[in-house]
Design a protein around this ligand. Sequence first.
Ligand code: KIV
Length: 266
Amino acid sequence: MTTLSTLNKFKKDGTKFTCLTCYDSMFARMMEKAQIDTILIGDSLGMVVQGHNSTLPVTVADMVYHTANIARSNEHALILADLPFMSYVTLPDAIANSRQLMQAGAHVIKIEGGSELCELVTTLAQAGTPTCVHLGLTPQSVNVFGGYKIQGRGDEAANKLLEDAKAVVKAGAALLVLECVPAELAKAVTQAVTVPVIGIGAGADTDGQVLVMHDMLGMVHGRVPRFVHDFLTDERNTEHSVEGAFALYKQSVREGSFPNSQHEFS
Ligand code: KIV
């Protein structure tokens, strides 16, 4: 079973680890077979499961439902679950909603933002709830960004992101996710913090990689993001199976062949 200690050891010895989003039981079982290290019940389920065009409509009840489905079906992975949009603005809301996700089977709660989350991160850590802070392109803030855009470009933005990362780690964050940031910045953050960093569209130098499961199985509605690779139709997946795609993803991340320079931003 993967724990935070496993991931910390991976960071120390340079073993690249895998994360995939997952929302239902059968896929969670297949990910267990492929020994995917960590699973994220992402609020991306608003798009890939519910058909919305953003993560904003997702509720705590939705997240609890999907988290429980996964927790029943996978004993290998460390399970991360998103607190959805506006469910952690106040400390009492954040605590009550985190409790629901942890009781549904999450091991780590993921929240989006920067240093403004420090008080919440410390409070949850003291209450036995590890957090993963998602920085860079944080989809719950799509209306602040004015679209899904690369973040952390330019010295000022890069510095702010680096300082935010250090601050939340100092406050007690157990993991970081970096989404759609220049590869060089992701490398600097990964080297600057003591906790494991998981990247998506953040280059090859983060400690772990995450992809939305539907994307890596070639099920994309609209434009395929640059950082996505279709592991289902990859010729190395000789069985052309979903399980084969998960196994190939794990192998590719471990050996360092995914992601490569074609998948990163500068
Ligand atoms: O909700 C999600 O799937 C995510 C990943 C893109 C990291 O946050």
